[in-house]
Ligand binder design. Structure first.
Ligand code: AMP
Length: 308
């Protein structure tokens, strides 16, 4: 099954302790689509300005991402500037220039209106609502957001959360949204907004998944070389949704596997700036790292607890 994703396509300028890049390809929908494209067909809805180079379009096309929903408006492409200190878990936003996103109204091409898998990547929650109005009845709707929208559009954001099945946010955002420092309590409050599943990303500490009846934890892959965490969250979401859409298995076991695929994809993405690692990644490497993840968390049960 194909996935419809709506989010940002951007130029990013990023500084980490290991280097800096200016105006490279970025954006929530870009990372998501590229990652998901390793598992399934992706339909991308976003907007770019007239400064967006053919080279980036060619890259997205090389991943067989359907670009019929990618509008090109006159003006500048969205630009985000961020910085990371030695704690790579938290980005510091230095500048956000919405540019063409300021006036963007997402138009879902009629061919996408029946999409069964929908990902509302990090954009203005009012635009996320606009998309929800234009799709018929997806089997799975997941969404993401960030501190920028939690503080600027809290009501629209709560409305979106009430309409989706799965919310994927990072731990700082979960705390900010609920004003609750304890993550388990914060998770309960967020689930009560109407979600089936909440996934909390914790950077180098991995991921926690909460449902009404279960909690699941997946580690992050212990990497020696982490260059740029930008896009790790969207790349996680792309692997996660891509695998779900590929298998159609939304059982608890299926969702757990999808979380590990998401974690595998994120672990590759942080190895280089922008989407550079995605450009050289082969599916064989994804499966190898999935196996490493399995080994990473395997431990023997107690004999009298076998079967648990
Ligand atoms: P993450 O996966 O959270 O690291 O997402 C990073 C991407 O989000 C970057 O490539 C940015 O271009 C994009 N981004 C940053 N701020 C915003 C925003 N306010 N709205 C939409 N996208 C954003």
């Amino acid at each position: 099954m194909s996935i419809l994703v709506v989010g940002s396509v951007a130029f990013d300028s990023v500084e980490t302790p290991f280097g800096r890049v200016d105006n490279v390809l970025g954006g929530s929908a870009t990372y998501f689509s590229t990652s998901a494209s390793f598992f399934t067909d992706v339909n991308l809805v976003a907007v770019v300005g007239d400064d967006f180079p053919q080279e980036h379009l060619d890259f997205l096309k090389s991943r067989e991402i359907d670009l019929r929903g990618l509008a090109r408006d006159s003006g500048k492409t969205f630009h985000w500037k961020g910085k990371y200190g030695y704690d790579l878990n938290e980005a510091q936003t230095l500048e956000t220039h919405l540019n063409v996103f300021e006036t963007f109204k997402p138009q879902i091409p009629p061919a996408y209106a029946d999409s069964e898998y929908l990902f509302l990547a990090n954009i203005d929650p009012e635009l996320q609502m606009e998309v929800l109005r234009q799709v018929r009845k997806p089997k799975v709707i997941a969404s993401d957001t960030m501190n920028f929208w939690i503080s600027s559009k809290p009501d629209a954001l709560r409305e979106v959360i009430g309409r989706v099945d799965i919310l994927i946010i990072n731990e700082g955002e979960a705390r900010q949204l609920t004003r609750e420092p304890n993550l388990v309590k914060a998770a309960r409050q967020i689930l009560a907004l109407g979600l089936k599943t909440l996934i909390i990303k914790r950077g180098e500490y991995g991921v926690l998944m909460f449902t009404d009846t279960s909690v699941f934890a997946a580690p992050a892959y212990p990497l020696e070389a982490v260059f740029d965490p930008t896009g790790a969250g969207d790349t996680f979401a792309g692997g996660f949704m891509g695998y779900l859409a590929n298998t159609g298995d939304t059982s608890e076991e299926g969702v757990r596997q999808a979380i590990v695929f998401g974690s595998v994809m994120a672990s590759f993405n942080v190895e280089a700036f922008s989407l550079d690692r995605m450009k050289t990644l082969a599916y064989r490497e994804i499966e190898e790292r999935y196996r490493d993840f399995k080994a990473l968390t395997h431990f023997r049960g107690l004999p009298h607890q076998e079967g648990l």
